[in-house]
Design a protein around this ligand. Structure first.
Ligand code: CP
Ligand code: NVA
Length: 292
């Protein structure tokens, strides 16, 4: 059975710490690992992506490998071939499979039939690769993760859930502030509050994500109304600890969930987060492919 990364819960705290150490080393020496020489990685996208595709493709190239991007509409899945058969065939050609899709069950179905590692490149439930890059960014900003408090302000979505799960494994206290109806579910590791001001008190980082995630477009109007008091602006950041940083997984909607002042300001580490996707995912691929 290959090792997958479907939620991030597959990594114990020691493995997560070691993975982040490797990400730091690979960031310092990007061409120092050639674990994918002569091998390919399939990247299946059922939803759009800028950062995930870029960072996986560039990272795989730096590891000596070749990426094969497959969009859902181009696969025979679109004509009824099962995910199981797709996984069986992909596994005969590539060293690992990344998948971005809506239903977590579809990712699990692919993983059940794959004989190579499967990586979650975002589902409705989880975005573990994002959380790995976020932890790397926090570590760079503060030198350590143990004892940090991260406040996530907004929709209780995939990004919030992955931060809760992986943050806890890394020793980061994650507090999530959401309005009624949009609370984070299935994340016992996080402290859930209603008030953004309460969440950011004592926080070293304040995190925002979009109010309307992919697949949530039908409820866009209700979301924008309910989430309006949860905007990440300078005043909210001022209420966190001195030296607190602003984070956002991107894509951002300046003026909606985050102000342009924060997004492009001196206290953000948002563009570092986007870069750190590549370094963290290279460490992840190295771990999974070497074990397989
Ligand atoms: N943060 C992130 O996953 O961005 P993309 O949707 O552009 O891949
Ligand atoms: N929560 C967002 C993250 C995008 C990277 C979404 O799922 O659309």
């Amino acid at each position: 059975m290959p090792r997958h990364l479907l939620t991030g819960g597959e990594l114990d705290p020691a493995e997560l710490a070691a993975l982040l150490d490797r990400a730091v080393a690979l960031k310092a020496a990007p061409l120092s690992c050639d674990v994918l020489t002569g091998r390919s990685v399939a990247l299946v996208f059922e939803r759009p992506s800028t950062r995930t595709r870029l960072s996986f493709e560039a990272g795989i190239a730096e590891l000596g490998g070749h990426s094969i991007v497959l969009r859902a509409g181009e696969l025979q899945v679109s004509r009824g071939e099962s995910l199981g058969d797709t996984a069986r065939v992909l596994s005969r050609h590539v060293a690992a499979i990344g998948m971005r899709t809506g239903a977590d069950e579809d990712l699990r179905e692919l993983a059940r039939h794959a004989t190579v590692p499967v990586v979650n490149m975002l589902t409705a439930g989880h975005h573990p690769c994002q959380a790995l890059a976020d932890l790397l960014t926090l570590r760079e900003a503060f030198g350590t993760l143990e004892g940090l408090r991260l406040a996530y302000v907004g929709d209780g979505n995939n990004v919030a859930r992955s931060l809760a799960l992986l943050g806890a494994a890394a020793g980061v206290e994650v507090v999530v502030a959401s309005p009624g109806g949009f609370e984070l579910t299935d994340a016992p590791e996080a402290t859930l509050v209603r008030d953004p001001g309460e969440a950011v008190r004592g926080a070293h980082a304040v995190y925002a994500d979009v109010w309307v995630s992919m697949g949530d477009e039908a409820t866009a109007r209700e979301r924008r109304r309910a989430l309006a008091p949860y905007r990440l602006d300078d005043a909210l950041l001022d209420a966190a600890v001195e030296g607190a940083i602003a984070l956002h997984c991107l894509p951002a909607h300046p003026g909606e969930e985050i102000t342009a002042e924060v997004l492009y300001g001196a206290r953000q580490r948002i563009w570092d987060q986007a870069e750190n996707r590549r370094h963290a995912q290279k460490a992840l691929l190295e771990l999974l492919v070497e074990e397989a």
